[in-house]
Ligand binder design. Structure first.
Ligand code: BGC
Length: 404
C-alpha cells in the first residue's frame, strides 16, 4: 500500500524563474551587451557554434506572455511563484526611473495575484544595467548606493504584490562565475575581485533587507546556493571544510541576521579531497542533461544544518535539465522525499519551488538545457506544452502529500 507523506498545512508549491532568462528583448542589460560583443561571438565561432543560438533575443517572451504562464501554473495547482524584476529595465539609464516599465511590472504582478500565486520577488539575479557596469558594478563599495536606490524604490512600489522578497540570487555564484572563473560577463579572472564583489553583495543585502524589514515589514532573504560537500580521501575533511566555508558558510553567516527566512537553491553534491572535486561514481548513471550528478539525499543534509537558525526555510530552486522528460518526475519525488525527512526531524521547511516553470535562457549555455515543467517550442512560436512530469508534480501540489 502506498504511504502518504504529508506536508505541513499551508505549504507553498510552485516554480521559480528569473526576469532576464524569460522576459526577452532587454538591450539595456550587461548580459545582452555581452551576448552581442565581438569577444563572445568570436569565441563561439571558434568553437564551431552559431552565436545566435547563445543570444537571449526574445527568450520566452514572458514580458508579453506572463498571463498565459501564470494561468498554466495555476492550472498545475501551484500556489506560489518566484519571479524577478530587471534593474536595467527600470533604470535603463543612470538617474532615470522608467515609469512604463514599472507599470508593466505592476501588470505582471497583478496577474500573478489574479492567478492565486504567492509571490517571491527577486531584485537581483545575475544581470545588471550597462551603465552600472561601466561604473565598475559591484566591484566598488561606493556603487552599492546605486543598487539601493533602485531596489528600495522598486520594493516600495511593488510591496503590495510581493509576499516574500529575495534581495540577491546566489551571491557567491555570481561573484565566482563573473569575476573568478570568468565564464559570465564581465569575464574577469581575479580571486581578489570576486571576494570584493561578494563582500559588497553582502553589504547590499544587509542594507536593503533592513529597509524592507523596517519600512515594508515583509519577509526577506537571499537565495543561497548551498551545495552538499562530502569529504573524500586523505585530509578530505579539511579540504571539504574549507570548500564548505567558502561556498556555503561565508555569505550565510554574514547575512543571516538580516534574513527572516532562508531561501535555498540546491543543485550540487560533490566529494571534495585534497586534489579538488572527485567524481561521484554512485550517480554516474543518473545525471542531468548538463552532466550534473543527481543526489537527492544532499538536500536533507543541507536542511538539517540550517535547523539551528530556527527560521522558516523555502526551497527557492531545485531542478534539472532533462529534455526527454524521463528523469524529472523521479528527480522531484526523490528530492521531496528527503525534504519531508528533514521536516520530520524538525526543520521548518515551508515551501518548494521547482526550477523552472518553463524552459528558458540558460545563461552561457543558451537555450539547449531544458529545465521547464513546461516546454517552450522554439520552432513553433514559443508554444507552451505542459510536460508529463509537470502533471505528476501537480498531483503532489494539489494533494499536499507525496505518495511513496
Ligand atoms: C540559477 C539559475 C540557473 C539555474 C540552472 C541557478 O543557480 O539561479 O539562474 O538557470 O541555476 O543552472
Amino acid at each position: 500500500m502506498a504511504n502518504k507523506l504529508k506536508f505541513p498545512e499551508g505549504f507553498l508549491w510552485g516554480a521559480a524563474a528569473s526576469a532576464y532568462q524569460t522576459e526577452g528583448g532587454n538591450s539595456h542589460c550587461d548580459w545582452w551587451a555581452w551576448e552581442h560583443s565581438a569577444r563572445r561571438e568570436d569565441c563561439l565561432r571558434k568553437e564551431g557554434k552559431d552565436p545566435s543560438d547563445y543570444q537571449s533575443g526574445i527568450a520566452c517572451d514572458f514580458w508579453n506572455r506572463y498571463d498565459e504562464d501564470f494561468a498554466l501554473a495555476q492550472h498545475l495547482s501551484h500556489n506560489a511563484i518566484r519571479i524577478g524584476i530587471e534593474w536595467s529595465r527600470i533604470q535603463p539609464e543612470e538617474g532615470v526611473l522608467d515609469e512604463a516599465a514599472l507599470e508593466h511590472y505592476e501588470k505582471i504582478l497583478q496577474s500573478a495575484k489574479y492567478h492565486g500565486l504567492k509571490v517571491f520577488l527577486t531584485l537581483h539575479h545575475y544581470t545588471l544595467p550597462v551603465w552600472f557596469m561601466k561604473k565598475g558594478g559591484f566591484t566598488k563599495k561606493e556603487n552599492i548606493t546605486y543598487f539601493l536606490h533602485y531596489a528600495r524604490n522598486a520594493a516600495k512600489r511593488f510591496s503590495q504584490y510581493a509576499d516574500f522578497w529575495v534581495t540577491i540570487n546566489e551571491p557567491i555564484l555570481y561573484a565566482a562565475q563573473s569575476y573568478w572563473m570568468g565564464i559570465h560577463p564581465p569575464q574577469v579572472k581575479s580571486f581578489h575581485t570576486a571576494k570584493q564583489v561578494t563582500d559588497n553583495l553582502i553589504q547590499s543585502h544587509n542594507l536593503l533587507a533592513e529597509y524592507i524589514q523596517q519600512h515594508l515589514r515583509q519577509p526577506v532573504s537571499m537565495a543561497f546556493n548551498l551545495s552538499d560537500l562530502q569529504p573524500s580521501g586523505l585530509l578530505g575533511g579539511l579540504a571539504a571544510g574549507l570548500a564548505d566555508y567558502a561556498t556555503n558558510e561565508y555569505v550565510l553567516r554574514r547575512t543571516i541576521g538580516r534574513c527572516d527566512y532562508i531561501g535555498v537553491n540546491y543543485y550540487f553534491h560533490h566529494h571534495i579531497g585534497l586534489l579538488g572535486i572527485r567524481k561521484h561514481s554512485h550517480s554516474q548513471h543518473y545525471r542531468t542533461d548538463r552532466g550534473w550528478g543527481i543526489h537527492p539525499e544532499g538536500i536533507e543534509r543541507i536542511l538539517l544544518r540550517l535547523r539551528k537558525y530556527k527560521k522558516p526555510i523555502y526551497i527557492l530552486e531545485n531542478g534539472l535539465a532533462d529534455n526527454k522528460d524521463d528523469k524529472r518526475e523521479k528527480f522531484i519525488k526523490d528530492h521531496l522525499f528527503y525534504v519531508h525527512q528533514a521536516i520530520g526531524k524538525g526543520v521548518d521547511v515551508k515551501g518548494y519551488l521547482y526550477w523552472s516553470l518553463t524552459d528558458n535562457f540558460e545563461w552561457e549555455e543558451g537555450f539547449w538545457p531544458r529545465f521547464g515543467l513546461i516546454e517552450i517550442d522554439r520552432e513553433d512560436l514559443l508554444r507552451r506544452k505542459v510536460r508529463y512530469s509537470a502533471t505528476k508534480f501537480a498531483e503532489i501540489c494539489r494533494n499536499n502529500y507525496l505518495e511513496v
